[in-house]
Design a protein around this ligand. Structure first.
Ligand SMILES: Cc1cc2nc3c(=O)[nH]c(=O)nc-3n(C[C@H](O)[C@H](O)[C@H](O)COP(=O)(O)O)c2cc1C
Length: 232
């Protein structure tokens, strides 16, 4: 009887040790894989003598329609000698505002939520121009871009926000007169909040989306966006 118990206990102990080792090994390896595959979320594209432009690219897919439109615009900015920082909001974890009000009660107006925004607050404060790029999702901008905007509440003082030039770039599947009605209206409100310095919008309908194998945006729109970038 005692011998049987001894074997049973030995088997359980050995099994637990092996299982524990396997879990630890998997955890370490998983972590390695995830870290090495993460693309950069903030890219300093160019340092120039012109404006300081912060580009918020909020599509989840890199090299998709919105990203390509954004890059064409950035190409124009760079040629004009502007400084450009591009942020991939789709690769970041950014919560919406919790409405706790802590930011308004502390003198430094800091948001208590510790996530990707902590990296973006200084970039936003330093820039003079903010470019919001988004695919149309359910008739409006992405939730990622909306979350970024909500979190600006932290740096507001008596409901006043820093003054910025604003630009909107969008893509969508539909191509009707009303397709971008909603986000355009919202963008104009946000631009007013940021000092009413709107510097242009470019909204491209009729793009092929993720339902097809290859996304597609007409090259003429990339050329137009590039020209628009040159004119900022
Ligand atoms: C979740 C989701 C919602 C969408 N909602 C709309 C919409 O309301 N109207 C529209 O025209 N296109 C809609 N689309 C299509 C995209 O706006 C369009 O394919 C866009 O060009 C994709 O951009 P991307 O390649 O940068 O991701 C939606 C796509 C997705 C994935």
């Amino acid at each position: 009887m005692e011998r049987r118990n001894f074997f049973k206990n030995t088997l359980i102990t050995t099994g637990s040790l092996l299982l524990g080792g396997a879990v630890i090994h998997r955890f370490l390896n998983d972590k390695e894989q995830v870290d090495s595959s993460l693309p950069p979320v903030v890219e300093k594209i160019h340092q120039g003598d012109g404006r300081n432009v912060l580009v918020l690219m909020s599509a989840g897919t890199r090299l998709g329609n919105t990203d390509r439109l954004t890059d064409a615009y950035i190409k124009g900015l760079v040629e004009r000698g502007h400084s450009v920082t591009k942020v991939y909001l789709g690769s970041m974890r950014i919560e919406g505002c919790r409405g706790c009000g802590a930011c308004q009660r502390n003198a430094r107006h800091q948001c208590v939520v510790q996530d990707g925004m902590q990296k973006l607050y200084p970039l936003f404060e330093e820039c003079d121009t903010v470019v919001m790029a988004s695919p149309l999702y359910f008739w409006t901008i992405t939730s990622r871009l909306k979350a970024f905007i909500e979190r600006l509440y932290a740096i507001s003082i008596n409901d006043q926000y820093p003054s910025k030039n604003t630009v909107l770039l969008m893509t969508a599947g539909d191509d009707k007169e009303t397709t971008f009605e909603e986000p355009l209206r919202y963008f104009r409100i946000i631009s007013r909040v940021l000092g009413d310095n709107e510097k242009g919008t470019y909204c491209v309908g009729g793009c092929t989306g993720c339902e097809k194998l290859a996304r597609q945006i007409d090259k003429k729109h990339l050329d137009n966006a590039y020209e628009m970038g040159m004119e900022l």
